[in-house]
Design a protein around this ligand. Sequence first.
Ligand SMILES: C[S@@+](CC[C@H](N)C(=O)[O-])C[C@H]1O[C@@H](n2cnc3c(N)ncnc32)[C@H](O)[C@@H]1O
Length: 279
Amino acid sequence: MARAFQDRSVDDVRAYWNARPCNIRHSPKPLGTKEYFDEVEQRKYFVEPHIPGFAEFPSWAGKRVLEVGCGIGTDTMNFARAGAKVTAVDLSSESLGVARQRAKVFGLEDRIDFVEANAEQLADFVPPRPYDLVYSFGVLHHTPDPAAALRSLRRYLGPESMLKIMMYYRWSWKVFWLLCTEGRFRFWDLDRIIARSSEAQSGCPVTYSYSRASLGQLLRGTGFEPREMFVDHIFPWRISEYVRHEYRKVWYFEAMPEVTFRWLEQQAGWHLCATAGPR
Ligand SMILES: C[S@@+](CC[C@H](N)C(=O)[O-])C[C@H]1O[C@@H](n2cnc3c(N)ncnc32)[C@H](O)[C@@H]1O
């Protein structure tokens, strides 16, 4: 465990995500309505357009998917809509409450089992058995002991199963920007600087970040064989407009040709997406 997070517990993580579930403000419409959920999804995949390609929702039709850290369930709904049978786990009861309501609104309740559980001790809540896909997007870097969580997830992979995870990328534009601005070049305190501003709500208790090499090492050390890794996603929007659901890029991204911006996202994006099989 990195020294920056050694005093943080799973209870701290749960309290943080219960206070403000991930993407809960993606729509100003009345929470829990179809219009609200449609807008949440539209905004999520507009801002993070690489997610559907990474998740490959249609490939999991008729398959069993274990989603760890489902949040308010945007990807969960898309696995279920595509015809997967989903077990969706999260630590945060508040997030799960919204995700359950979402499944109800879209008539997908019979395709999704929601479970409130800690990924680090998943076998206490979900009986280990092979799933076709174990999927966790933007979650395991927030748990105090990611290696424990991955060891626990390994029990849900059979010989043909696949793991897909997104973890934050250490050598990203976002980390560089945080270090140069509010971090005031205190590189020795980088983990804490990143955690303070990694999410929409400041002060995330735990946010690890990984290079390709360190994520590969973590995966191999916990029983996985990485097959593919890619980096994507730079957030180019001006925050003052973005919170009002208006989209205007900061001047240097506005001035950048789209092809250059895409190149930069693929070199220094914030999302390190990895696909792995059992080792
Ligand atoms: C950044 S949100 C991502 C949610 C969702 N995957 C998405 O992309 O919208 C992180 C989620 O991980 C959950 N989480 C963090 N640590 C966890 C753990 N140890 N076990 C289960 N869920 C966890 C949080 O409660 C939160 O809902």
